[in-house]
Structure formats: C-alpha cells, structure tokens
Write a protein that binds this ligand. Sequence first.
Ligand SMILES: Cc1cc2nc3c(=O)[nH]c(=O)nc-3n(C[C@H](O)[C@H](O)[C@H](O)COP(=O)(O)OP(=O)(O)OC[C@H]3O[C@@H](n4cnc5c(N)ncnc54)[C@H](O)[C@@H]3O)c2cc1C
Length: 547
Amino acid sequence: MRSSPRSPRAPQPCIIWHRHSPRGPADYDLPVTSAPDDLSTPDAPAGPIVIIGAGPAGLTAAYQLGKAGRTATILEGDKVVGGISRTVERDGWRFDIGGHRFFTKVEEVEALWHEILPDEDFLLRPRKSRIFYDGKYFDYPLKAFNALKNLGPIEAVKCVVSYAAARVRPPKDQTNYEGWLVARFGWRLYRTFFKTYTEKVWGVPVSSMPADWAAQRIKNLSLSSAIINAILPNRNQKEIASLIEEFQYPKFGPGMMWEKCQELVEGQGSKVVMQTKVVAIAHEGGRATAVIAEHDGARTTYPADEVISSMPFSQLLMAMDPPVPANVAKAASDLSFRDFLTIALVVPETDSFDDNWIYIHSPDVEVGRIQNFRSWSPFMVKPGQTCLGLEYFVFEGDRLWNSDDADLIELGKKELGILGLADPSLIETGYVVRMPKAYPHYDETYQANVDILRDWLAHNAPNVYPVGRNGMHKYNNQDHSMFTAMLTVENIVDHAGHDIWEVNVEEEYHEEKDGVRPGVATGTGGTRGTGRDAPIIPSTAPSTRSA
Ligand SMILES: Cc1cc2nc3c(=O)[nH]c(=O)nc-3n(C[C@H](O)[C@H](O)[C@H](O)COP(=O)(O)OP(=O)(O)OC[C@H]3O[C@@H](n4cnc5c(N)ncnc54)[C@H](O)[C@@H]3O)c2cc1C
C-alpha cells in the first residue's frame, strides 16, 4: 500500500456511547483472519484511487477522501447514484427501494448525514407499522390485547388451545425454526404471525430454516413472556421504543442525500463516472494496478494505486485479471443473494394509511410489505393521491422477476383489491423497479466462502478494500456501509489499522475501553458479531415459489 504524505494516525480519542441497543449482541462468529501486512512506504506520493460504486459506501469514501485532500474516480454502473438507497423518480412520484429509515447508533455517521444535508432537509417521522392479516390490522410489535381483539373470541380460544397442546406435546424436532416457534406459540399463532411472512421474505419453507439463529437472538421467548412484556412495559422497553418510534428521513427520500453527496464530491475535485460498469481488476506482483470499466461497449483502463470496492464481493473476485484459482472462483460463485422488486401504484389519498409500511401476512397474496410513501414524506407525493410501494421478495430470474411490467402492475392492483386496501379501478398508474442482489444471502457455507475471498485478496491484492453491504457480503444498513467506508479512508490516508471486517454498528456500548470507538472492534477474531440478524438458509432448501 502506498501511503499519503500525512503522518500515521495518533491514537483515537475516546468517544463515549451509552445507548442500549434494542438487540442483543449479534450472532455470527468472526473469522480469525489476520489483517494484511502494511506494505506502505511512508513518504511515497499518493497515487490514483478508484472507487467502485456510487452508493452510500462509495460516495462516503469519496467524500471522506476529499476532506483529507485526496481525490478519486468513482465508477458507477447505473444511471443514478445511491445504490439500494436511491430514490426512484417517475413522473414526479418519488419512492424508495423499500422505505429507508435514517437511524444509527454511530455518532460519526449521524454527524456525516447532517454534514451532507442541512437540518431543514430532514424530517423527523413517527414510525408506524402494523401486520395485516385476515382483513385486520395487528399492532407491531404485537400487543396482547390488540391481538386477542383482532383474532376474535373463537379464534383466540383456538389459539390458546393450540398453544396448550404444543406445550403438552411440543414438536420433536426443534432444531428447525418451525418446530422452535410452534413449541413456543402453538401451531395457530405460528401460522398467523410467523409462517407466511417469513416464507415470503426468504423464499424457503420455515421448516427448512435452522432454529439456532433465532434461539441465540430471542432467548426465553414464549407466548407467556410475550404477553407479560406486552402488558407490563418495563424501563428497558421504553428505551427500546424511544429508539424505534421515530426516525429521520430526508424530505425527498434517501436519494436526496446521495445526490447531494455526489455534488459535494465533485466539488472536491473527484469524478463520478456514471453508467460505467467495472468488468476487470488488473493485478500484478501482489497488487491491483488498474480497474477496467465499460461504458457504451467501450472499455477504459483506470490506473489505480488503491481500489475501494462496493460492488458485490463475489463479482469483485470474479473480475480479477489474471483470474483467481478455481477454489476461490467456486467460493465466489457460491455466495448468493435474495432479490427484490417493487411495484409502485398511484392510488387516491382516501386509500392512504398512517403506517409507513404494513406487513402482509395474508397467504392469498404474494406481496410481502406495502410502503405508503405519503407517510414517509408528504414531499414525495402529489396532492389528493399517494404512492404505495408493493414489495415482492424474489430471486432474479424467477417467475415474478421475469414478468412484464404491465403484468406486474396488474398483479399489484389485483392484490390491493384482494386485500381490500384499494379499488383496482381507481389506481391511476404504476411503475416497476427491480433491484438485483438486494439481500446478501447467508447459507451454511457463506462465512467460509467470504474467508476464502478475503484470504486471496489479502495475499494477492491487499490494496483492494471491500466496503459496504454487498461489497463485504454483509446484510447491513446504510450506517454500516458508510462506517466501513469512513474507516477504510482512515486506513488509506492515516494508516489507522482498523479491521473493517470487525465493524459492528449494532453493538451495545456500555463503556468506552482503551480507545475503542463505537462500532469498531480491535481483535482479529473471537465471538463478537458484526451485523444484523439474518437466518442461515441451507443452500439445499427448496424454494417456496416455482421458478
Ligand atoms: C428493502 C430494503 C430496505 C432497506 N431499508 C433500509 C433502512 O431503512 N435504513 C438503512 O439505513 N438501510 C436500509 N437498507 C439497506 C441499504 O439499502 C444498504 O445498506 C445500502 O444501500 C448499502 O450501501 P452500499 O453502498 O454498500 O451498496 P449499494 O447500495 O448496493 O451500492 C453499490 C453501488 O455499486 C454499484 N455497482 C455494483 N457493481 C458495480 C460494477 N461492477 N461497476 C460499477 N458499479 C457497480 C451499484 O450500481 C450501486 O450503485 C435497506 C435495503 C433494502 C433492500
């Protein structure tokens, strides 16, 4: 690694963070892989930096480099910036790829949001989301009285009987998520509140999902404890509620943040090159030397001393030239994703609702969640109407993914009609957006595969720095993407020595220890998790949908 002319970073001042995380510690063990040796020559001139991707990670990296007096070339394959955190604009309607809440426990990320956008561009929005099932809205998180009232006395009694039966004769196999849930809630509640939605999101039967991720995360969860918690709010619950009941949101959506960041980055002297897809990374003598990208069928070579990459980790490795060995290529191709499509429908304001989104548990429709963008920001919609974003969790190439937009819009209208949420004949227009690789998939081998890719990179191109969500194959939010980018820039310009793979923006910080910053772990191994929860889906699990 070539160094910047700046001196190595002094020990970081302590930053104290006392908030309690609404979650416990995250659930993945960390690989014990040592960080690559620092190959820098302290006073070498700063060479060109190429950043792959103009999403939150890529643009944050560019912006932080700019503040440190360095410029970069950012190569973005798409027509718009923001990546998955973009805001789509069609005919004056603005909508997200799923609504994007701005909420973080990392002070530096919070500060950066407000450095990029002035305070007046942020709205503080109340969070409301409910579960829609059998024509009724259930509070989310579930509240016992509301749930019982909605279920009605007969169904409520059946649920209690089903719960009692499961207590007396619990499922023999509780190693899978279905057995684990049924043992704690009974079959009827499991079917109402867990099965359908979980299967819509992950695309595999709940019975094929291992229980251990849930068992580690949701210790002592049972119907009785859920009811007690619902009836008797305690101090901890109040704290949790205050963390999740409101969130910040840029008034024109998250894309506004990234469009502004692009402007700032260009003002600093960096170049954002759009519709330019990285197709190869040349490496030689144990370092990356250039990034090759395609625009309108023409290839350009961008010489690079450092490469910050937010493109999918697997694709990064597959783009190496000369190619990676067969075992590394296999590990890369075994990393998989869940994909996403949204059907945005313009409906009369009378069909609006207060929720930011509702979870659709009804098994008779395929839609998984419905966003109401009027509830996110009145600046996103037009008077008298709203825009509902129907979210479908899909696999690239499956039946829904390959359907025509016109057919998908008809499907969306039909499903809103079935749910009784809107009259299909009054839906004026609709738009479809497909987002490939929206969710890095975790299967039983993903961690080992990621380790293989990391190891190859550490030995063959240590000046390539993976950052962000798909960039590191981590199922995390914008704040994680941004923080990994911020720390990577510190590594490049200041030789800060952060282990980016240890960044955990979900971590609970009770006290500051020995200069450890919130979100940054110091070790190179151990049992601390580094991310949000996601189940491990066995690669052999059958799909719940036909292709
Ligand atoms: C449905 C949904 C809801 C979400 N809700 C929230 C939320 O409420 N709050 C929150 O903070 N986060 C949320 N997230 C997560 C958030 O979207 C991501 O964490 C964030 O966008 C990741 O940023 P990134 O820069 O790492 O990656 P991305 O957003 O994926 O950006 C990567 C960029 O790289 C570009 N790229 C890829 N390959 C190449 C290539 N070969 N050449 C050139 N460019 C390339 C892509 O086009 C893209 O622009 C949500 C995600 C989803 C799917």
